[in-house]
Design a protein around this ligand. Structure first.
Ligand code: NFS
Length: 648
């Protein structure tokens, strides 16, 4: 049993966790209470990159004692930097391999080789084609799509020269990257170079290592991830505001519940279509169910939410709990953030855990590999397996009442349109409201849940503190899901939680104070939004000039480290919570927390306490407002607001 401390910010999770304890399920929460993180490894002070080690080189406890080196002489700085880079490599690889899978299907779709997939957003196709340097005049849509698919695929393995998407960044940013020699080539090459440089006896200077970390991270953020987002938008539609619901309460007692969990929307899009097929619905009825309910977990959830309004059952730490309800006929998983424990939890209930991706097997799970050349039939086979499992519900079914309404779908294109209208879409009103001080600044709050801290707790405290201080929050990933559960993704939340300036803007435009921009590859949308703000003018010439900050209060995935690194290198002050993976090396941490700012205008920081994190971010935003000379405007407008309230 886990020790008695608060584990969840939401009631539904608590309720099902108690059921898990009653059912003797060994969840991530019980394991976290029993298995503590290794203090040396978590600080970055352990090198296992060769067979002479692992060499552990923690800071000596006795003052003045000489710190140990690795057997090869590697210093704590080198060891810590290598570990950090390998996290970036794994994170960038995960995002970008997802992007590659999308690009492969995209190209096949453009050639008409994969029935069921098509070009949905022609306007975005043209925009992406031009970004990739393709001439579009006089060409048919499909011919353009084929060229886009080919160029996109080639971009992953680009050996020499800058990747095309770098040109989407503000001019000044591109110049900084060129000056520092970190403008990336293709993501495959940059990741391989990380693995080479961090091999025993290669790059042994943490500054040099960290530059390679930046190259690889940039090739993810402005490369692999951005391509994933763009190509998915073209194939499945660019998100527009959509209403849905979130939390375990979206499961239905009388319907076949299918959970799609993981990251790539290629299959889940098809499952959504299959679940609406009259034949499938008839089959469900013949098995005693009143319908088929699709719900998501993790970023697959965000993908199908953004484009179809499919409800979300929960975020990362709720995956085992969803099965524990006893109401899930099938959990369909592909890649990333899928716990191996799911199979043992599923085996205690009737749930079929179905693995679908050629790259990801789970021992004991049902294997139904997804074939994108016969996508709809692949999806129908999975839905059928779930339906046939409906009569097998055995244990007590407990679906919590808790679920919250939310509005998602805030792509960059949608924000542009909502602010400016279809004839003059622009970020101008946003910039004006930042300049006049109604909006103090912008924060990107993203990332995971982490079993070392109460689920969603830090996220919600941080986000509420930010919007209370008139900071507009952009969110993605599991953080967005956490915000949804708390009701922060509704326009009404502005009145309840936001400061007067932000609330006024949200009410005028009709948007929530926290904008859900999608999955974690969609953090690229935040880069594009920040660039759009720069390009609209009045707030400096670069992302690093903006009154903006980033945070991942409950990160756990290596992907988060890659994301953080590309945000920092793009000029964003970025704060992480829970734990800091280089904390054992003071010099390296100083490089990341201080020195990088003098080079890139952005830097890393750490704060375990969400209030402290908010304070740091707001202080950074205010510093930027001062540098832009717009600090006084805010005082004026807020005085006016207070005045007006008094009069009322
Ligand atoms: Ni992002 Fe999305 Fe969630 Fe973290 Fe995992 S699902 S890709 S890594 S846990 S936010």
């Amino acid at each position: 049993m886990a020790e008695e401390k608060k584990l969840f910010a939401d009631k539904a999770s608590q309720e099902i966790y108690e059921k898990a304890c009653r059912d003797s399920i060994n969840t991530v929460f019980t394991k976290a209470a029993e298995l503590k993180p290794c203090p040396i490894g978590s600080a970055g002070d352990c090198c296992k990159n060769c067979g002479m080690g692992p060499c552990r080189v923690p800071e000596p406890k006795t003052p003045g004692a000489v710190r140990k080196l690795g057997l090869c002489g590697a210093t704590a700085e080198t060891i810590s930097a290598r570990n950090f880079l390998r996290m970036i490599a794994a994170g960038a690889a995960a995002h970008s391999d997802h992007g590659r899978a999308v690009a492969e299907t995209f190209l096949a779709a453009a050639k008409g080789a994969v029935p069921g997939y098509a070009i949905k957003d022609e306007q975005k196709l043209l925009a992406v084609a031009m970004d990739l340097g393709i001439t579009v005049e006089g060409k048919e849509t499909n011919a353009i799509a084929i060229e886009v698919g080919q160029k996109a695929l080639a971009l992953f393995g680009q050996q020499e020269g800058e990747i095309a998407y770098v040109k989407k960044a503000p001019q000044k940013r591109q110049e900084i990257w060129r000056r520092e020699g970190v403008t990336p080539r293709g993501v495959d090459r940059e990741i391989v170079e990380i693995m080479h440089r961090t091999h025993m006896g290669v790059d042994q200077d943490y500054r040099s290592l960290m530059k390679q970390g930046i190259r690889a991270a940039l090739s993810d953020g402005w490369g692999g991830s951005m391509l994933a987002t763009d190509l998915q938008d073209i194939m499945f539609g660019t998100p527009v505001p959509v209403y849905s619901e979130v939390n375990l309460g979206v499961l239905r007692k009388d319907e076949v519940n299918i959970i799609v969990h993981g990251h790539e929307p290629l299959l889940s899009e098809m499952i959504v279509i299959a679940s609406r097929d009259p034949q499938m619905l008839e089959l469900a009825r013949s098995h005693g169910a009143n319908g088929i309910n699709i719900a998501g977990i993790c970023c697959t959830a965000n993908e199908v939410l953004m484009r179809h309004g499919i409800p979300i059952a929960g975020n990362f730490l709720q995956q085992e709990l969803a099965i524990t309800t006893g109401a899930v006929e099938a959990m369909v998983v592909d890649v990333q953030c899928v716990m191996q424990s799911l199979q043992s939890v599923a085996s205690c209930y009737h749930t079929r855990l179905i693995t679908t991706n050629p790259k990801a097997h789970i021992t004991g799970a049902v294997r139904m590999v997804f074939n994108d050349h016969d996508a709809l039939n692949s999806a129908k086979a999975i839905v059928t397996a779930a339906i046939e499992n409906f009569p097998n519900r055995k244990s007590e079914v407990l679906i919590p009442k808790a679920k919250s309404p939310m509005i998602a779908g805030f792509s960059h294109e949608t924000i542009n349109y909502m602010l400016g209208g279809s004839f003059r879409s622009s970020y101008r009103p946003l910039n004006d409201n930042i300049i006049n001080g109604r909006i103090r600044g912008i924060a990107g709050v993203v990332g995971c849940n982490n079993a070392r801290t109460a689920l969603d707790n830090n996220t919600l405290e941080l986000v509420k503190e930010l919007i209370r201080h008139d900071v507009l929050v952009l969110t993605t990933g599991c953080t967005a899901i956490g915000c949804g559960k708390e009701g922060l993704l509704t326009p009404e939340a502005a009145r309840e939680f936001a400061g007067p300036g932000l609330a006024e803007v949200c009410e005028t435009v009709g948007i929530p104070p926290v904008l859900h921009m999608g999955s974690c590859v969609d953090n690229s949308r935040i880069l594009i939004a920040a660039t759009a703000v720069v390009k609209d003018g009045g707030l400096g010439n670069d992302i690093s000039d903006l009154p903006a900050a980033g945070a991942a209060p409950e990160w756990m995935s290596e992907k988060a480290i890659s994301i953080g690194q590309y945000f920092v290198a793009s000029g964003v002050y970025t704060v992480f919570g829970v734990t800091w993976p280089t904390s054992g090396s003071k010099e390296l941490t100083k490089h990341l927390f201080e020195e990088l700012e003098t080079i890139y205008g952005g830097r890393w920081d750490f704060a375990a306490d969400p209030k402290e994190m908010a304070k740091k971010m707001i202080a950074h935003i205010d510093k930027k407002r001062k540098e832009l000379g717009i600090d006084k405007a805010r005082e004026r407008v807020l005085f006016d607001m207070a005045d007006r309230r008094e009069l009322a």
